[in-house]
Design a protein around this ligand. Structure first.
Ligand SMILES: CC(C)(COP(=O)(O)OP(=O)(O)OC[C@H]1O[C@@H](n2cnc3c(N)ncnc32)[C@H](O)[C@@H]1OP(=O)(O)O)[C@@H](O)C(=O)NCCC(=O)NCCS
Length: 181
């Protein structure tokens, strides 16, 4: 499992190392990146994200990949799978998610990396389905979901159970894609 990585035309999706912390912490401290996610994260919280991702890889055989641009070797963020950790009408479920540093947006990187993760999951994991969710107003992320062949059924929309009644991010949309087994 340690060696898992995915190479796409422009990206390398790989396991995490301690050297990734400064770049991940920088994007998690950017309020533009976190606009539809929640409060910005400090360095310890970013380290905890890396630790969670690596634990997921070891225990489940999937997780969030560290994503770097092949040409420059820069770490630009994460793309990958995680277990949904809250209770809702669609859980238990495995979700695909992504978060990239602002200067790398709109270059097609999230679409390129996440479609490769879907292909990898189809070939290597025994999963029937992958879901994705986000705040209803996160149009950029929803666009990626659509571009990688995920479908939204309006009746699956849900209120995020961990967000309070006055939180503008609590109204969420759910997208799904079946995987070929
Ligand atoms: C969501 C995110 C990962 C997308 O990454 P990306 O590499 O820019 O995505 P892509 O370039 O592959 O695709 C972005 C799409 O959104 C579209 N888009 C960008 N800004 C938009 C806007 N304001 N309104 C509508 N569409 C927009 C782009 O045009 C593109 O679609 P297109 O190819 O049909 O033109 C990135 O914006 C990000 O990290 N955001 C902050 C973190 C986040 O919200 N993560 C998701 C939490 S669920």
């Amino acid at each position: 499992m340690n060696g898992i990585s995915i190479r796409t035309e422009r990206l390398l999706l790989r396991r995490w190392s301690d050297a990734d912390l400064p770049a991940l912490a920088a994007l998690n401290q950017d309020s533009a990146v976190m606009e539809f996610i929640g409060p910005t994260l400090n360095e310890a919280e970013s380290q905890a994200m890396i630790d969670r991702a690596e634990r997921s890889w070891k225990e489940l055989g999937y997780g969030r990949f560290a994503v770097e641009v092949v040409e420059t070797r820069e770490l630009i963020g994460f793309i990958g799978l995680a277990q949904c950790k809250f209770e809702s009408h669609f859980t238990p479920a495995v979700e695909i998610g992504w978060r990239l540093a602002h200067k790398f947006w709109n270059l097609g990187y999230a679409t390129e990396g996440s479609s490769a993760v879907m292909d990898w999951a189809s070939a290597n994991l025994r999963l029937n389905e992958v879901v994705a969710f986000t705040s209803i107003s996160n149009i950029r992320s929803r666009r990626v979901m659509e571009k990688i062949g995920m479908d939204r059924n309006i009746s699956d929309d849900f209120i995020h159970p961990n967000l309070g009644p006055s939180d503008p991010l609590r109204q969420c949309v759910l997208y799904k894609r079946q995987l070929a087994l």
